[in-house]
Design a binder for this molecule. Structure first.
Ligand SMILES: [Zn+2]
Length: 506
């Protein structure tokens, strides 16, 4: 695959309303003098600005007298008080996310490498790496030089308004530059991991079986410089994971990932990894069945988040469990009416083999609490079609037994434009999955509706009373029917940036 490297230098002035005009070659300039970018790929920068609007910069007005360029504390993306540093990061994030494209399987690579604001051209631009750098040494040299660039001038103006002695001011500039260099690098890692999740979701199921998924996980561990990341593949599985996989020639894998950064209680992440969901004997209609290669988006997210924690050398303690199976119909497949035992020992009457996600998640939930000691557990799953009916492709469904956890997740979602809508849990919904012959059914009683809620109620039956738990149903948001400015393909990586934000703020 071809990687293009772009060196991008940002020069940014604050305080004006944005308008964009292309100027001389190799340079594009914002009118009203507020933002100037220098690059030999001007179109990409314009695209970056456009894309950034879609992930949260709607308003470019900033009050310079807020003094601190990098310390504006706001969680409201529509606020007028995004700091200079936050803006640069957003622009970079826009570039990184918006220029991603699935590497694909074409044997001829005759794609146009030129990109422009024309989105169809952008889609052809191929994978690229954007290298945004600030030259710290040079910037410091220029600090006292009249021939300073706009970026330093902006910093200098701001710093001189501060009531500090000259030496402190100089140190402050150095700190600012170091901080933004570090933070930009972090944004790069976040975007790379988001794009990694997207790549996995786009992959055809013959290129991403449970075994290949497990190999990819092991590869991450092997290639990681951070030795705190440990990944174990469990081949001998039981419970729902074994039952769901019985119809397929592909062997199930339970992927267990542990990362102990040292700080705080253990957070557990669970991701649904159905690498292809035919529905099993309760076969899905042929129309759009190809999209069922994406039924592992939850596991893709969770693996990407774990990679990100390792890449950024996080100080948090996070464990993850990803049950990976293929759900297929065959002579050995699980049958409607069968009663199975979950790993926890609870029995389940399987009324529909297409409600298989919960049959593997319940084991993963049990495992992460019993074996890995997670006190808070968050699961990601493309679980129900009902959530798409209710919320479409903008909001994911959130279910939780804890108000504070729920609020924190919603806030992280807002910061990342990955929106969550909390839906209810209630004992009367729970009754809808009672069974006459087993502990529970895997779907609700006919005609009672509430498919997403009863799926969550099912999962809750495997959550201990003292475990804080949230279930995020990403069936509508992981793989969308249309492209958007920051998703030129259909897979979104929805949840990776949200979860990283959440973990950083625990
Ligand atoms: Zn299914």
């Amino acid at each position: 695959m071809n990687k293009k490297i772009f060196k991008v230098c940002f020069d940014m002035k604050l305080d004006k309303t944005i308008s964009i005009k292309k100027s001389k070659k190799n340079k594009c300039e914002m009118l009203d003098g507020n933002i100037t970018f220098f690059s030999n790929e001007e179109d990409f920068l314009l695209i970056g600005i456009e894309l950034s609007k879609h992930i949260g910069i709607d308003n470019y007005n900033v009050n310079l007298d807020s003094n601190y360029l990098f310390e504006t504390e706001t969680n409201d993306l529509n606020s007028n008080f995004l700091s200079f540093g936050d803006k640069v990061k957003k622009l970079y994030e826009g570039l990184m996310l918006g220029s991603w494209k699935y590497s694909g399987h074409k044997t001829m690579n005759n794609e146009d490498s030129e990109a422009s604001l024309d989105k169809s051209n952008l889609a052809k631009s191929g994978l690229m790496e954007i290298n945004l750098s600030f030259d710290l040494e040079k910037s410091l040299l220029e600090f006292n030089n009249s021939n300073t660039n706009e970026f330093n001038q902006t910093l200098r103006d701001a710093i001189y308004e501060m009531n500090l002695n000259p030496e402190l001011k100089k140190n402050y500039l150095k700190e600012c530059l170091e901080k933004i260099t570090y933070e930009i690098d972090e944004v790069r890692k976040i975007c790379e991991c988001t794009n990694f999740a997207r790549e996995l979701v786009e992959m055809p199921s013959n290129f991403l079986t449970p075994s290949i998924f497990a190999e990819k996980a092991k590869k991450i561990e092997k290639e990681s410089e951070n030795k705190k990341l440990k990944i174990t593949i469990i081949e001998e599985v039981s419970g729902g994971i074994l039952e769901v996989s019985k119809g397929s020639l592909e062997k199930p894998k339970l992927i267990v990932c542990e990362y102990y950064g040292g700080e705080g209680e253990i957070l557990g992440l669970v991701g649904k990894g159905v690498t292809f969901d035919s529905g099993g004997l309760s076969l899905k209609p042929a129309k759009s069945m190809e999209d069922m290669k994406t039924d592992m988006a939850g596991a893709a997210n969770v693996l990407s988040i774990m990679k990100l924690l390792s890449d950024t050398n996080s100080k948090k303690n996070v464990v993850a469990v990803m049950p990976c199976v293929e759900n297929m119909p065959s002579g050995s497949a699980l049958k409607p009416g069968d009663v199975i035992s979950a790993m926890s020992g609870q029995t389940i009457e399987v009324l529909n083999t297409d409600a298989e996600g919960r049959l593997i998640l319940c084991d993963a939930l049990w495992y992460i609490q019993e074996k890995l000691n997670a006190k808070t557990v968050i699961d990601f799953a493309t679980l129900t079609g009902s959530v798409v009916v209710g919320l479409g492709e903008l909001f994911a469904g959130l279910f939780s037994n804890d108000d504070f956890l729920s609020e924190s997740l919603i806030k992280s979602g807002k910061r990342k434009s990955e929106f969550l809508c909390r839906l209810p849990l209630h004992k009367n919904y729970d009754k809808l999955i009672d069974s006459d012959i087993a502990d529970m059914c895997n779907i609700q009683k006919p005609g009672s509706g509430a498919g997403s809620i009863t799926a969550a109620q099912f999962l809750q039956r495997f959550v201990k009373k003292d475990t804080k738990w949230a279930h995020i149903d990403i069936a509508g948001t992981a793989y969308t029917s249309h492209k958007s400015m920051i998703n030129l393909r259909k897979s979104t990586g929805f949840g990776v940036r949200l979860m990283f934000d959440f973990i950083q703020n625990i």
